[in-house]
Design a protein around this ligand. Sequence first.
Ligand code: PAF
Length: 283
Amino acid sequence: MKVFTKIKDIQEFLSEQKRNGKTIGFVPTMGYLHEGHLSLVKKATAENDLTVMSIFVNPIQFGPNEDFERYPRDFDRDRKLAEDNGVDVLFHPSVEEMYPEESIVQMNVKKRKDVLCGRTRKGHFDGVVTVLTKLFHITMPDRAYFGLKDAQQFAIVQGFVADLNFPIDIIGVETVREEDGLAKSSRNTYLSAQERKEAPEIYQALLKGKKAVENGVDDPAEIVRLVSDHIRQNTGGEIDYVEVLSFPELDPLERIKGKVIIATAVQFASARLIDNVILDLSR
Ligand code: PAF
């Protein structure tokens, strides 16, 4: 596995690979890799000649009161995991390399952002699309892989790549879960023992909502009530949101139909967890 920290060096290397006809699958991450990331790598290695991963904790997508400083980092462990799982090229730039001076342009997401996590994480998705634009130019991928746990991120990335005509296929990959159903996340390491015990109830609540929809309940408010009640009754976490929206447009619905997402964020004392289920009623 080749490791690069400088933009110029990785661009030179990957340009040469592209000239030789190699396809590139890109897995952008903020590190502290878990099985969720490795499932993206698995798909990327199956579908491309070269798998490129970035590990960069992107400061501009964190709000002033969020966990940028505290975000877990362990590059030596990540490097080994990446290599053992078939990553060919690892890009691990410093903040100074990515943002050497204040940018002269600013990217603003206009749609799909004032719901779910975007409602409280002001500017978060502007930071995400900015860093992805840079990373896409740096790594020149044919395909880029994103976990569907961050469904709003996936919906926004798909939309902005189509808007700006990046010649990249954006591939969504199913959420990887612990045996008890908890969605894998780097932030799970923050949970206390009691919170970790309660956290799988978030997925149980979403499954309850999904089942009700499949059984014909088409009132979004009723599903929100069902899911919220389950979370309140079975966890000490505070609900940030439970929403039922069209997917990937993320528009509110009067009646549940077509492709929809039921999504939630729950704030525990030590971590904020998100999860969702996506259903396609048109099939
Ligand atoms: O999902 C993440 O880890 C980040 O938002 C991403 C896509 C790597 C951009 O910093």
